[in-house]
Ligand binder design. Structure first.
Ligand code: ZN
Length: 260
């Protein structure tokens, strides 16, 4: 990825780097797409005359197409003029479970709509997640955990896992993760708060360490950690419930992923 492909405007053209996370037919002969971009977050874009024989773009405009997009901008929004494809993530199609998970990442990104300030980091997490899914080098459950929690963190739902929110103990033996507050409380302080309900879960030291790693570590190290089988299952549940609490949306792709 070239670092100098930042947003640029020349002759009212806009050049962005991103990946297509939504695509459907629009009107008789066009496509409506959404691109997760490095520069602008998620943007809606129209491709005109997508079925015309001379329009090669129609074939390239597909889910998971990653590259540089040349756009025009008018009062009605963005129009796609050209693409320089870098990757189509074809290997995702080799495994239905991984494909459905990647589709869930797309749908979650569409709902979360990362803040513009974090769109570069969000895109990097997204691309890394697809890379690990495509290569099948990492347990898909771990990739799911990482993407869900980090994507939420970059979209206004970052939990504060630094220390007990009450006594500031940063190394509690057990901590209670309260979803509504997006904070943790040590076991002693948790006894004194009155909003504990089903939307909180207790964490061991190692479980809290994993959540901190996913939330705070630099992307270069984000996918590099080991985790026991029982911890994978438990933290998968914790993170999915945290996402569900803040993003109350039924994702069909997630349902399908779980059924496979
Ligand atoms: Zn405390």
């Amino acid at each position: 990825m070239t670092k100098n492909m930042s947003l640029s405007e020349k002759n009212s053209k806009i050049n962005v780097t991103g990946i297509i996370i939504f695509e459907k037919k629009f009107k008789e002969n066009s496509k409506s797409i959404s691109i997760l971009t490095r520069e602008l977050g998620v943007i809606p874009v129209i491709l005109r005359n997508s079925r015309a024989k001379k329009n090669m773009l129609g074939n390239l405009v597909q889910l998971f197409a990653y590259g540089n997009f040349i756009l025009s901008h008018n009062n009605n929004g963005y129009i796609l003029d050209d693409i320089e494809i870098k990757d189509l993530f074809f290997d995702l199609r080799n495994n239905l479970k991984n494909l459905s998970l990647a589709q869930y990442f797309c749908q979650l990104s569409l709902v979360l709509r990362p803040e513009k300030y974090y769109s570069n980091e969000f895109l990097r997490v997204f691309l890394n997640s697809l890379f690990y899914l495509s290569s099948q080098k990492k347990d898909h459950r771990i990739i799911k955990m990482i993407f869900e929690l980090r994507a939420c963190s970059l979209s206004g739902y970052a939990p504060d896992l630094s220390s007990c929110d009450s006594c500031k103990n940063y190394d509690p033996y057990r901590s209670c993760f309260v979803f509504k507050k997006a904070k943790i409380f040590c076991q002693d302080c948790a006894k004194n708060i009155n909003y504990l309900d089903n939307n909180c879960m207790y964490l061991s030291k190692s479980e809290l360490f994993c959540l901190r790693h996913i939330t705070y570590s630099p992307i270069e190290k984000l996918f590099s950690f080991s985790i026991s089988e029982s911890t994978i299952n438990f933290l998968s549940d914790v993170i999915e419930k945290y996402v569900k609490f803040h993003v109350d949306f039924d994702f069909k792709s997630l349902e399908f992923y779980k059924k496979i």
